[in-house]
Design a protein around this ligand. Structure first.
Ligand SMILES: C[S@@+](CC[C@H](N)C(=O)[O-])C[C@H]1O[C@@H](n2cnc3c(N)ncnc32)[C@H](O)[C@@H]1O
Length: 210
C-alpha cells in the first residue's frame, strides 16, 4: 500500500466519533480479549442498517456487542436483532452493552450455540440483513445459510473480507485468506446478486439480491 493510501485508510477509520456506549462495549471486548469491528466498520454498519430499514437482522458472532450496538443504532426502533455466539461470557457482555444502549430486551434475541447448528433452525426468507463476524473458516457455511435466510433484496455483510491485507496478496494461501477469496468470488459470480468489497476496517463484503 502506498503511504498516501495508508494515510487515507487511517484518516477514514479515525473520522467517526464513538459515543460512551460504544466505547464501553469496546472496553468489554478488550477485557474478554474478543476482537471487535473497527471504528470505520461500526459506522458503516450503522449507515447500512439505517439505509436498509431492516426489521429483522441476524448477526453471527456477537462478541461483547460492539457491532450489535452499531447495527441497533441505525435500525428502526421496531427492529429485532437475533445474535448468535458460542461463548456465554461474550453474550453476557453483549447483553450489558445492549442494556447500556437503552435497547429494550424484546429487541434482541441472544442465542448461545455454534452458529452452524443454530442458523439451520432460523426461518427461511425471514430476515432483511445478515452480518457475519464469527469463526472465519466457517464463513462459507454461514454465507450459504444467510442466502437461505435473507428476504429478496436482503443485505448480506461479511466482516474481515480482506483478512489483514492477505487476500490481495497472491502469495498468501493460508486457510482464512483462501476462504475469504472464495466467498468473494462465489458471491460476485452469482448472477442473482449485486456485490461490493469495501476496504473499510479489515474489509467488508456486501451482497444484495437483484
Ligand atoms: C470477532 S468476534 C465478534 C465481534 C463482534 N461482531 C463485535 O464487533 O463486537 C467473533 C465471535 O464469534 C464467536 N464464535 C466463534 N466461533 C463461533 C461459532 N462456531 N459459532 C458462533 N459463534 C462463534 C466468538 O465467541 C466471538 O465472540
Amino acid at each position: 500500500m502506498s503511504a498516501e493510501k495508508s494515510a487515507s485508510w487511517s484518516y477514514a477509520e479515525q473520522l467517526p466519533t464513538e459515543d460512551e456506549v460504544l466505547l464501553r462495549a469496546r472496553e468489554r471486548s478488550h477485557e474478554l480479549g474478543v476482537p471487535a469491528v473497527s471504528t470505520g466498520v461500526a459506522a458503516t454498519l450503522t449507515v447500512l442498517a439505517a439505509a436498509s430499514k431492516a426489521q429483522t437482522v441476524v448477526e453471527v458472532g456477537t462478541g461483547a456487542g460492539v457491532s450489535g450496538v452499531a447495527l441497533l443504532a441505525g435500525l428502526p426502533g421496531t427492529a429485532v436483532l437475533t445474535t448468535i455466539d458460542v461463548d456465554v461470557d461474550h453474550l453476557k457482555a453483549a447483553r450489558e452493552s445492549f442494556a447500556d444502549a437503552g435497547v429494550a430486551t424484546n429487541r434482541t434475541r441472544t442465542i448461545s450455540g455454534r452458529a452452524s447448528q443454530v442458523l439451520p433452525r432460523l426461518t427461511d426468507g425471514a430476515y432483511d440483513l445478515v452480518f457475519i463476524d464469527a469463526d472465519k473458516p466457517s464463513t462459507p457455511t454461514y454465507v450459504e445459510q444467510a442466502t437461505r435466510l435473507l428476504k429478496p433484496a436482503g443485505l448480506l455483510i461479511v466482516n474481515n473480507a480482506l483478512n489483514h491485507d492477505k487476500v490481495a496478496n497472491p502469495a498468501a494461501r493460508d486457510e482464512v485468506t483462501t476462504v475469504m477469496r472464495r466467498v468473494e468470488r462465489t458471491l460476485r459470480e452469482d448472477e442473482r446478486l449485486h456485490t461490493a468489497l469495501l476496504s473499510t476496517g479489515d474489509g467488508l463484503l456486501l451482497a444484495v439480491r437483484r
